[in-house]
Design a protein around this ligand. Structure first.
Ligand code: FAD
Length: 476
């Protein structure tokens, strides 16, 4: 049997159930499809493609080592698959189950329809601790990583195809000078250094972008594009714990393990409720914030020109690196949706484009969580002045990313509008704050509380004035 293994967001040969299964079935054609329509979607960015392109280079080498080099094609999934299946008598396609955005969901449905009509068997296998038809998370993890096949029988006569550059794909310029490099080799190096040295202070380090840059695992783009699997990382953590790594490690590894399970938990939200990308999961909040309401405010926020120093530093850092620690991601989204009262979808898209590790299954539930539209939580209002003081206590991070603040004394760094020398500085060298923080927070809290109150206790029709006994009621 000739089998096509369709690589999507699983760019590795280790712990790859589809590849392992294919190896025992017959001749294998490993394929990656570059889909221009995907790269036209508003949540995609060139930095993500560049990470993927580097990872494809690595994957090509690994597959060549197994005997069947990677084939790369550009086009729609249906047209590429149809052509290859016809040309090479392929009767079975194997891939991983993708928990992606609404675009990839629709693409997969189109592929499933075509495969049914063409009599091709397309089997999707779980690759995360997410339940579709597969086992629950604990059982999935307990199965352990699947080793890479020892060798593959290649399907002959297939031109491998180039991995296109961003320029060839006509992707927009996207300057990200400190982007993490793609490829499994990079992912494994990060995993090793995290488990050997960097991870020790993880629990204390993860809340700040200053300490998180080194103290967090930095594995997120590798998970998002599948150069590492969640299961192999979970297994490596268990092995490290079993080796009794010593003082300081236990709490950090437990905290890290909890994050891995939070990842699967949120991916499950998207798997079960794909509309989380576009609709408030709590309908009570559906019309609270107007869509596309204030493009100027949104643009100022996205480029780090809000006038709130720590927010601006975090957004500029993110733009330049493609990464930010989780707490700071929550803060920038809270400021966008609570203080600036922007719709979470409007703010979520530019944020997604800044992440090399954009993962719809984490991003949209987290975005809604911060906006308070996911469940029954109230407004999540984070004070960016306090965040800056707590998580950049020396101010070095803020000053590095917002150099315009050089002349502002330390005491006023996170709230330059309080600095007695701010006249002539704010609005010229650095923006005036977009809103009054305290007033905006009060307004957001009051609006959300009013909606919750109305939902809990819907307004009743006005009752008729009780008539005073013995008098003629005139009805007013
Ligand atoms: C508004 C918002 C949007 C986010 N969007 C994304 C996104 O698009 N892609 C993405 O990978 N993460 C996202 N996160 C979660 C988190 O910020 C990143 O996973 C983390 O910062 C990545 O860095 P790391 O790999 O060093 O994480 P570590 O702290 O080392 O954690 C290890 C892994 O655990 C998972 N993880 C960590 N924190 C969270 C979390 N809060 N929720 C769910 N899983 C978590 C990730 O897979 C991460 O790689 C978002 C968080 C917020 C608040």
């Amino acid at each position: 049997m000739n089998v096509l293994v369709w690589f999507k967001r699983d760019l590795r040969v280790e712990d790859h159930p589809a590849l392992a299964l294919a190896a025992g079935l017959g001749a294998v054609l490993p394929l990656y499809i570059v889909e221009p329509d995907h790269w036209r979607q508003p949540d995609t960015a060139t930095r993500q493609w560049e990470f993927i392109a580097e990872s494809l280079g690595d994957l090509r080498g690994a597959l060549a080592g197994l005997g069947a080099p990677l084939v790369v094609r550009v086009g729609t999934a249906v047209s590429v698959l149809e052509k290859l299946c016809k040309a090479h008598a392929i009767t079975r396609i194997l891939s991983h189950e993708e928990t992606g955005n609404l675009w990839s969901f629709a693409r997969d449905r189109a592929v499933a329809d075509w495969a049914r009509r063409a009599g091709i068997d397309w089997t999707e296998l779980p690759q995360q601790g997410v339940r579709r038809r597969g086992p629950a998370r604990a059982a999935f993890l307990a199965q352990g990583p699947v080793p890479a096949p020892a060798a593959l029988t290649p399907l002959g006569g297939v031109e491998p195809g180039l991995i296109p550059t961003a320029r060839a794909l006509r992707l927009a310029e996207d300057r990200c000078p400190h982007r993490q490099a793609g490829g499994r080799v990079q992912g494994l190096a990060l995993l090793d250094s995290f488990l050997a040295v960097r991870g020790r202070p993880y629990r204390a380090a993860l809340s700040s972008p200053v300490t998180g840059e080194r103290g967090c695992s930095r594995l997120s783009p590798h998970f998002a594009h599948g150069t590492l699997s969640g299961r192999e990382v979970a297994a490596a953590v268990e092995a490290r714990l079993a080796a009794r790594p010593g003082a300081g490690w236990g709490g950090s590894l437990a905290a890290f393990r909890a994050r891995l399970s939070q990842r699967d938990h949120l991916l499950q939200v998207l798997e079960d409720r794909p509309e989380v990308e576009t609709a408030c999961l709590n309908p009570m909040h559906a019309h609270l914030r107007p869509r596309d309401a204030d493009a100027t405010r949104l643009a100022a926020w996205a480029v780090g020109e809000t006038g709130f120093p720590f927010v601006d530093a975090c957004l500029r850092y993110l733009r330049a690196t493609g990464w930010l620690n989780a707490r700071a991601r929550g803060m920038v989204m809270s400021v966008a949706t609570q203080h600036l009262w922007l719709d979470w979808r409007d703010a979520g898209l530019p944020l997604a484009r800044m992440f090399t590790d954009y993962e719809p299954g984490i991003h949209w539930p987290q975005t809604q969580l911060q906006a308070g539209t996911l469940g029954i939580d109230g407004a999540r209002i984070v004070n960016p002045v306090k965040e800056g003081q707590d998580h950049d206590p020396t101010g070095a991070f803020t000053r590095r990313w917002v150099p315009e603040l050089a002349e502002v004394p330390d005491l006023f760094l996170q709230q330059p509008w309080r600095w007695p020398g701010s006249q002539g500085f704010l609005g010229r060298k650095y923006p005036e704050p977009l809103v009054d923080l305290a007033a905006a927070a009060r307004a957001a809290r009051a609006t959300v509380q009013a909606v919750r109150r109305d939902a809990a206790d819907p307004p009743r029709p006005p009752r008729a004035k009780p008539a005073v006994p013995g008098q003629l009621s005139l009805g007013f």
